[in-house]
Ligand binder design. Structure first.
Ligand SMILES: Cc1cc2nc3c(=O)[nH]c(=O)nc-3n(C[C@H](O)[C@H](O)[C@H](O)COP(=O)(O)OP(=O)(O)OC[C@H]3O[C@@H](n4cnc5c(N)ncnc54)[C@H](O)[C@@H]3O)c2cc1C
Length: 405
């Protein structure tokens, strides 16, 4: 008989895990997926395209309903898991239902942070995480509202760009002195800022939110240096917090995320976690690629093969606000490293390659990211680059002409 395997969360990590299990261990498990969102698992990354009007919401589903059915997966969506009884191997779900498991996987993702400032609980203060949020943001844009987006990382930029494209008047405020400071150096961030401003988004840096003005609804935002911006709505895109409550309440060890070992197992035998809710070797990843690597390892482990997850080299390879951006490794340049830089601000291209010990150790690209994956491979494999150093900046086809031909 198949072992009952229950997955909590119907997001990207869960969907990829089922995908991998279908390849490696079909028939071994009777899989049930319990998901809070009231729709089939979808590609969350594409919410930005939905907001920008480039993709229809129904086109972002990862798998159609019959795909899940054909693999015998029981799907319960629009349904929150409320408690794990570790001893009885039972998961409680809303409406007093419960489901028995032999193995349990937590794939609960994250929740957007709301700044702890006066006014944060007013109506018209939103976040940008799921398709319901996108519907709300599209309504604001259709009404040509003035919107302040708080946070100049990936999510904030995507929200600002999408809202502006959909018709809202958008100001983006960011605490730091440059956009995407965790992915870009000063020059790359400056170029990104000017490209984003060309798309109609006003960007304010060094902007610390003091309070959101308004009695019953948002009227504006006040910064700690006294600057004020009039607004009808505020969108928080200032970070995420892994969803750990279910694990924590069950006595499973958590730090920032749910602590897992190299097989993705939590402190409780037979209970696993992956994706944004998991913390592996002290790191909680906020990107899809690590979640997919974890899904591959966990599926192999659950299929009975030896498999270990050793962490991911994180790279950012995105279209941010319609602008291609890539960064990986030590893109700032640690002491003792050298950098080769090409900066064409009016042409909208910036490239920086960081070299240390005769190897490529980091890269940041804005505009032209055609060779991003090649740079990533060089960083990951740590190959000596002496032979290609002079031409490397101009891309793989020039640096390795014979191979490319
Ligand atoms: C707008 C946007 C753009 C993004 N762009 C990129 C990008 O370009 N590149 C990139 O790498 N990453 C991007 N990300 C991040 C990426 O989407 C996440 O890293 C990825 O979705 C994580 O997958 P996950 O399965 O861990 O979490 P999620 O996809 O969030 O899935 C978790 C699911 O669990 C459900 N859940 C939580 N608690 C419970 C419970 N108790 N019971 C039942 N269900 C529960 C949640 O409702 C959710 O559906 C973006 C995110 C957003 C919001």
């Amino acid at each position: 008989m198949s072992e009952p395997l229950v997955i909590v969360g119907n997001g990207m990590a869960a969907a990829r895990l089922v995908d991998e299990l279908a390849k490696t261990a079909l028939g071994r498990y009777a899989i049930a997926v319990i998901g809070a969102e009231p729709r089939l698992a979808y590609n969350r990354v594409l919410l930005s395209s939905v907001l920008a009007g480039e993709t229809a919401s129904h086109d972002i589903e990862l798998r159609p309903a019959d795909w899940w059915r054909d693999r015998g997966v029981t799907l319960k969506y629009g349904c929150v898991a409320t408690e794990i009884d570790v001893g009885r191997r039972e998961l409680k779900i809303e409406n007093d239902e419960s489901i028995v498991f032999s193995k349990l996987v937590l794939a609960t993702g994250s929740t957007p942070l709301r700044l702890n400032v006066p006014g944060a609980d007013l109506a018209s203060v939103h976040t940008f995480r799921d398709s319901r949020d996108v519907d709300l943001l599209l309504t604001l844009a259709a009404q040509k509202k003035r919107v302040v987006v708080v946070g100049g990382g990936l999510l904030g930029l995507e929200a600002a760009y999408g809202l502006a494209k959909a018709g809202a008047q958008v100001a983006l405020i960011h605490l730091m002195d440059r956009l995407m400071e965790r992915q870009l150096d000063v020059s790359a961030a400056e170029l990104l800022k000017s490209l984003v401003e060309r798309k109609g988004v006003k960007v304010l840096l060094n902007a610390n939110t003091a309070r959101i003005r308004g009695e019953t609804r948002v009227e504006g935002i006040e910064l700690s240096d006294g600057r004020c911006i009039d607004a009808d709505a505020v969108i928080f895109a200032a970070g995420i917090r892994p969803n750990v409550a279910l694990a924590k309440d069950a006595g499973i060890s958590v730090n920032r995320g749910i602590v897992v070992d190299d097989t993705l197992q939590t402190g409780a035998p037979g209970i696993f976690a992956l994706g944004e809710c998991a913390e592996h070797r002290g790191i909680c990843y906020g990107l899809v690629e690590p979640a997919y690597e974890q899904a591959r390892v966990l599926a192999r482990h659950l299929a009975g093969s030896a498999a270990a997850y050793e962490g991911s080299v994180v790279a950012t390879n995105l279209k941010v606000s319609g602008v291609s951006v890539f960064s990986a490794g030590d893109f700032i340049g640690a002491e003792g490293s050298e950098a080769i830089v090409l900066n064409d601000a009016s042409g909208g291209t910036y490239k920086k390659l960081v070299i240390s010990g005769g190897r490529l150790t980091g890269a940041a690209l804005v505009g032209d990211v055609g060779d991003a994956l090649w740079y990533l491979e060089l960083i990951r494999k740590q190959q000596p680059i002496a032979r290609i150093r002079t031409d490397m900046m101009f891309g793989r086809s020039l640096a390795l002409p014979a191979e490319a031909a």
